[in-house]
Design a protein around this ligand. Sequence first.
Ligand code: ATP
Length: 249
Amino acid sequence: MNDYILETEGLGLRYGAFAALGSVDLKIRRGSIHTVIGPNGAGKTTLFHCLTGERKPSSGNIQFAGTNITSQAAHKRVAAGMSRSFQITSLFQNLSVHENLRLAAQGRDGLGALSFWYSDQHRREHSDKADEVIERIKLGAVADTCAGELSHGQQRVLEVGMALCSNPQMLLLDEPTSGMGVDDIPVMTQLIAELGRDHTVMLIEHNMRLVMSISDRITVMHQGNILIEGDPDEVSGDKRVKKAYLGES
Ligand code: ATP
């Protein structure tokens, strides 16, 4: 088996004359926590959109788990083991934590609750999956609380839980700590580190303390391209990274 779960070659996305992604060659090692950093507008989210199938790249290709998925639909990538965290806005605010997770597990199987095929056994399986995920994300104390009543930090943790319901090999987390208070960030940091034991995690994150403490590998993007890639020590000591963030290049 190839060491890399995800590989891109010459991945680009243009909006008219503007290249939001230039030509990105990226390799994500199986089982690693690989973080993408870079100043605002560097192309990090655009890269995620191309990987998950929300945007069609203008050039290049993407291999995931040995298959060329460049033109594959987003739902097929989820079925193949790639999952992206949902946004708070996609949580059902009036449903409990458990119900939100059960629905995410149900969605994984492409089953609507009103479907003729939705049996008691399906309901039990999805409920068991929700219980398992609640334990992993440590939200047991609020399992029956409505998502809308959770703290911001807990809602962000629940987003990650929703992504876990599809049994992913690889999790893509877009700024999981954004908007979080300082007290909640260590909880998310620990959760991501734990998830990294069983999954490949690809992360976009601005919190450098988190990035440097849990990343195996860091890719720095700038103006739609990869500026450098390395381990936390290599990246934190590189003058080009400081320049890119200070806008001097
Ligand atoms: P941030 O850290 O601020 O989220 P980012 O690195 O994720 O930034 P992207 O959101 O990927 O950056 O945006 C990359 C560039 O592409 C930016 O200059 C952005 O303005 C531009 N861009 C993104 N979406 C579109 C669009 N739909 N049409 C035109 N330009 C776009």
